[in-house]
Ligand binder design. Structure first.
Ligand code: GLN
Length: 465
């Protein structure tokens, strides 16, 4: 049996029943990484010794008759902007090279408590700024479906790891689409929870009012299980976190809103066809499709790139050559040597947009438009229970295709940034392939705290598709 094709649920059940050891599961995934990650580069750091030790601990626990956690023996890949105690955490930046956090992120702590096996730290765009992993200081990740294309980003390493069978589960972070966009481009499930549903403690900050940690999986059931493990009780170390309810919802009779602004010109026909297939499947499942309007959608990109850069400029001020990693003379020289071009661009933009004399015209105005985008969703969720739309305007693009044109790169986030600005949950679900075999996806957006509804509809749709 090839243990790398099992779902997280199957692994957990087999390990709990003694059908397979957690060690065998870990070894099978490590062997696959060893054999294939040379060409994909999903990982920045493979946690070989830690994974085997964690797996042995799970097997010992079972032998002793102790109760096993909900992810017992399940390998999980971790985006390298999440702190792992004693294990290198770089954010794919030279500035953090060699830094080993003295603590675990809350989500990492919860994974360990659930008896999961952390298998490695995955590649990303530096500080999660990008949509292709090409901004990693350690080289790009390749899309497992086509090695000449990007897996998307910024959590491209996590999406590729799950798509390539290196781990059935992975964690990513989504500030403007960084879970949903790579999930769509790699043909896996990826979810950004409601803002605050998952603790950000130990997630290295990019834009604090937008950042959320969320799951990648090969099916909705597994993503749901991982979501339950990482959310849970409110974390007192993240004052924006709260405990979310998980009431199961019946999908029958739900009104599915199709926002006309997401389906117009500029959308790749194959992506539009995927949404159409999903709409029909929703109808077969007893849901009702209605047209809705989110009129400020086009304002999403400029709004996001002002809010996110202003927050990033402030968050990244801490890399000052005294606290972390790299040291090259004074703060200015360390930052000059340690940050890549895109990070510098964001710091410059954010500093400018919030500087005296410009803040009203840029940052404050962006906050007002952010409010309008939130109001758009409030109005839409009066007319429907869930929004169905594309996650991306086109399938996976070629490595190098957009790397020299930041505006083109930013535009690939047009359908994902709105959920972050509004704080609502969003999920990308695989939905067929292009004629040349590239994955297609659809996106479900729900009202705040209705993550269970999003997952329930996704699960029903997955079955129907
Ligand atoms: N691609 C977007 C950006 O570059 C979103 C990144 C993210 O969600 N972390 O900012």
């Amino acid at each position: 049996m090839d243990l790398t094709t099992l779902t997280a649920r199957e692994i957990r059940d087999k390990v709990a029943q003694g059908g397979v050891t957690a060690r065998a599961v870990a070894e099978a995934h490590l062997a696959r990484i060893q054999a294939e990650d040379g060409k994909i580069h999903a990982f920045l750091h493979v946690m070989q010794a830690e994974a085997l030790a964690a797996a042995d601990a799970v097997d010992a626990k079972r032998k002793a008759g102790a109760r096993l956690g909900p992810l017992a023996g399940v390998p999980v890949a971790i985006k390298d902007n999440l702190c792992t105690k004693g294990v290198p955490t770089t954010c794919a930046s030279k500035i953090l090279e060699g830094w080993r956090p003295p603590y675990d992120a809350t989500v990492v702590e919860r994974l360990k408590a659930a008896d999961a096996v952390l298998i490695g730290k995955t590649n990303l765009d530096e500080f999660a700024m990008g949509s292709s992993t090409e901004n990693s200081a350690y080289g790009p990740t390749k899309n497992p479906h086509d090695l000449t294309r990007t897996p998307g980003g910024s959590s491209g390493g996590s999406a590729a790891a799950v798509a390539a069978g290196f781990a059935p589960l992975a964690l990513g972070s989504d500030t403007g689409g960084s879970i949903r966009q790579p999930a769509a481009l790699c043909g896996v499930v990826g979810m950004k929870p409601t803002y605050g549903a998952v603790s950000r403690y130990g997630l290295i900050a990019f834009a604090s009012s937008l950042d959320q940690v969320g799951p990648f999986a090969r099916n909705v059931e597994d993503a749901w299980e991982l979501m339950k493990v990482i959310s849970g009780p409110r974390d007192p170390r993240d004052q924006t976190s709260f405990e979310m309810g998980w009431k199961r919802e019946d999908v029958k009779g739900l009104r599915i809103g199709l926002p006309k602004e997401y389906l117009g010109a500029g959308l790749d026909p194959a992506c539009a066809a995927a949404v159409d297939r999903a709409r029909k499947a929703c109808e077969v499942l007893g849901m009702k499709a209605v047209e809705v309007s989110l009129p400020n959608t086009a304002q999403g990109i400029p709004t996001y790139y002002l809010v996110a850069t202003v927050e990033a400029a402030s968050n990244l001020a801490r890399y000052d050559a005294t606290h972390f990693g790299l040291r090259k003379g004074d703060a200015a020289h360390t930052r000059g040597a340690g940050f890549g071009a895109e990070v510098k661009r964001r710091i410059a933009l954010g500093t400018f947009a919030s500087s005296a004399g410009y803040t009203d015209a840029y940052y404050v105005k962006a906050l007002k438009v952010r409010r309008l985008i939130l109001q758009d969703f409030d109005a839409a969720f009066g007319a429907c229970d869930l929004v169905l739309c594309p996650p991306v305007p086109a399938p996976a693009f070629k490595i190098g295709e957009k790397a020299s044109d930041p505006v083109q790169m930013y535009l690939s986030d047009v359908f994902t940034v709105t959920a972050n600005l509004a704080g609502i949950p969003g999920l990308a679900l695989p939905c067929g392939k292009t004629a040349s075999g590239l994955p297609l996806g659809v996106q479900l957006l729900g009202p705040a705290q209705r993550d269970a509804r999003v997952l329930a509809v996704a699960q029903a749709l997955e079955g129907a598709l």
